[in-house]
Design a protein around this ligand. Structure first.
Ligand code: ATP
Length: 302
């Protein structure tokens, strides 16, 4: 599982003299699911297109598996699956015709697998309709099937849950988890829906203005980015929150947020509160990916 699969060294990309990516240096091991995060326009899609060999870098070196994206993009595209905004589907063909076409192109035609995937992604009924008449979510579901049709070793997923309904989101996230756990697929994933990423990613790269400004596992990021813990506690009765020895704010009826210097303080505080009042709910508020994202973006979030 620790075999290096993707390497990017000092990669930069300019469009018309404008730097979009600068000195992108990172690596991804085989079987890792890595979340590429950053605000709109920070260069996430551009990085995926560079790794996939669709566009060329202005500087730097990359390797994807045994291949160089600059010269061997065809090989990379053959061994990988990609889901992007347009999903590269033919609008006049039906869903099934699209999948048959791409399966043959990938030399992986398997009628049974196509039907199985259509079923798993809730697309059995829509398969005979032209893609041009699909809703956004249906296109995304079909795009996801197209990306995984040939059981690729590597997946590039750009906003895979965009436009999906809650059932569709669950299907896609469940499938990504299955690919990670059972198939060992290496996945590079962009999304703005951070809590969804938390359920599937093993590591994160944060992009800002075309540069990597932070990277690591959720635990690494929590340790580096989150100074103090905001602990929300809901009790059965009102309490004098500040009397427990930590700064505290009252949020709602019987709801308080304590600021603790570290997680070691959680148990003694909760024990003391619980000794006095029934406790209904305890939750750390600021150690999730979204809080970390805003912390990295410059503390624009409580
Ligand atoms: N072909 C192109 N020609 C000129 N500029 C481009 C081209 N492709 C991307 N850009 C510019 O590069 C920057 C990064 O775009 P990119 O699509 O990679 O961002 P992103 O992080 O994926 O954004 P989003 O979250 O909105 O999808 C943007 O300013 C965009 O306008």
């Amino acid at each position: 599982m620790n075999r290096l699969f993707i390497k990017s060294e000092q990669v930069s990309k300019e469009f018309n003299g404008q730097h979009v990516l600068r000195n992108m240096t990172f690596s991804i091991n085989e079987g890792e699911v890595v979340g590429l995060l950053g605000p709109n326009g920070s260069g996430k899609t551009t990085m995926i297109r560079l790794l996939n060999g669709v566009i060329l870098p202005s500087a730097g070196k990359m390797k994807v598996g045994p291949y160089n994206p600059v010269k061997e993009g065809d090989h990379i595209r053959a061994m990988s699956g990609i889901l992007t905004d347009g999903a590269g589907l033919y609008q006049e063909l039906t869903g099934l015709e699209n999948l048959e076409f791409f399966a043959k192109l990938y030399r992986a035609y398997d009628a049974k697998r196509i039907q199985q995937l259509l079923e798993e992604f809730g697309m059995l009924e829509a398969q005979h309709k032209p893609v041009g008449k699909y809703s956004t979510g249906m296109k995304r579901r079909l795009g996801m099937i197209k990306a995984i049709l040939h059981k690729p070793q590597l997946l590039f997923l750009d906003e895979p849950t965009n436009g999906l309904d809650p059932e569709g989101i669950q299907m896609v996230l469940k499938y990504i988890k299955m690919l990670k756990e059972k198939e060992g697929t290496t996945i590079l994933l962009c999304s703005h829906i951070l809590h969804q990423l938390e359920t599937v990613c093993s590591r994160y790269l944060f992009l800002q203005n075309g540069e990597i400004v932070e990277s690591g596992t959720l635990r690494d990021l929590q340790e580096r980015q989150i100074g103090s813990i905001k602990l929300k506690v809901e009790t059965a009765h009102p309490l004098e929150a500040t009397s427990f020895g930590y700064p505290a704010a009252t949020m709602g009826e019987n709801e308080y947020v304590f600021t603790l210097p570290d997680r070691e303080q959680i148990t003694p505080l909760v024990q003391r509160i619980a000794a006095a009042f029934p406790v209904y709910h305890v939750e750390i508020q600021n150690r999730d990916l979204e809080s970390i994202y805003f912390q990295i973006r410059g503390g624009k979030h409580a």
